[in-house]
Design a binder for this molecule. Structure first.
Ligand SMILES: *Cc1c(COP(=O)(O)O)cnc(C)c1O
Length: 340
């Protein structure tokens, strides 16, 4: 196995690296087995599995962070457990009990303890839980059996040269339907987003922005991240919609804005034609924590928020507070951190 040296932690991207093992548990005859750690990141399943044909699968994403004193922090892992249960429910997969979910993640982090990057590089251990429908099945229906697994890989800080704004373009395509699966973390939404993601990339943008699929007048999501903005009178605003995936990062930022930064918080419609009400904007999710939005292009209009080159002061405070909590430098609200 490739051993990471200190120097490597500065240059880690978001890629798969060799690890010491991953967790796997099987669901058969109505119950989950004990689960175990396996060495290889391969699984053997029937090619008839519903996960492969009908998209019966869901996943999660969270990170383990190394603190200054060498401990390991998991951030709001119970929230990931709950969200995965909701995803499973919506696509007829058996739920993974919260206790089993957290235990599996702890096992994976423990065997890969050496791969949790050292404090001070903004790097972390990315953790990827998943549930897939498996077994021999042809008709369109829920699978007879399931696998719950947890993979991981050390990943670098999203912003190598420090936090900086990026530009987005509004797409005419939709990633989810108004009453579809936009609010659950299933692969189908991602398959639906690949085309517009590539279009945006090829046009030189970081990613695309999706408008609400019903009226195409309001901001829904920013690629695979949630949107937030800050008004001139210090209100933290984030869109209200039934097709947005409820980001745990966003939920946390709403709390931070209110309790740490004394801001007002509003969940409401954000009209693409009324961006002038905001002084700053960003995308949020586990991968980057916060991605400051410099500019949004929509048809022939260009809207610059704070600046295309500099990060706004409120965005920076939100980012510093959130990442400070991740790495144990700032006191977390009760129950947010699970220490290993
Ligand atoms: C996972 C995900 C997010 C971010 O959620 P976090 O819990 O903050 O990581 C946002 N949008 C979509 C579509 C997602 O799949």
């Amino acid at each position: 196995m490739e051993v990471l040296r200190l120097e490597d932690y500065k240059n880690l991207g978001f890629n798969v690296r060799d690890t010491f093992g991953n967790y796997i548990s099987y669901y058969k005859d109505g119950k989950w087995d004990e689960g175990k750690i396996q060495k290889e990141d391969t699984i053997t399943i029937s090619a008839f599995s519903t996960a492969l044909h009908y998209g019966q699968q869901a996943f999660e994403g969270l990170k383990a962070y190394r603190t200054k004193d060498g401990k390991i922090n998991l951030f709001r892992v119970d929230e990931n457990a709950k969200r995965l249960q909701n995803s499973c429910d919506q696509i007829l997969m058996p739920k993974v009990p919260t206790e089993k979910f957290i235990d599996a993640i702890k096992q994976v982090v423990k065997v890969n303890e050496e791969l949790v990057p050292p404090y001070g590089y903004g790097a972390s251990l990315y953790i990827r839980p998943y549930v897939i429908g498996v077994g021999r099945n042809l008709g369109v229906k829920a699978a007879p059996e399931y696998i719950f697994g947890v993979l991981c890989s050390p990943v670098g800080s999203y912003f190598k040269g420090g936090l900086s704004p990026v530009n987005f373009v509004v797409t005419d395509r939709d990633r989810a339907a108004p009453n579809g699966t936009g609010q659950v973390k299933v692969g189908g939404n991602y398959a639906a987003s690949l085309y517009s993601h590539r279009q945006a990339k090829e046009a030189g943008y970081a990613d695309c922005i999706y408008l609400d699929p019903l009226t195409h007048t309001k901001i829904d999501e920013v690629g695979a991240a949630n949107f937030f903005a800050v008004t001139k009178d210090m209100t933290f605003v984030t869109p209200s919609s039934s097709s947005i995936l409820p980001s745990i990062t966003k939920k946390s930022l709403m709390h931070i804005a209110k309790e740490y930064l004394n801001m007002n918080v509003e969940v409401r419609d954000v009209y693409i034609n009324n961006l002038d009400e905001f002084s700053e904007a960003g995308a949020c999710g586990t991968a980057a924590a916060i991605t400051p939005i410099g500019r949004i292009d929509y048809h022939n209009q260009q809207h610059v928020f704070y600046s295309e080159t500099e990060v706004g002061p409120v965005t920076r405070k939100l980012y510093d507070t959130l990442t400070g909590i991740y790495f144990g430098d700032i006191k977390a609200p009760e129950g947010w951190i699970t220490q290993l």
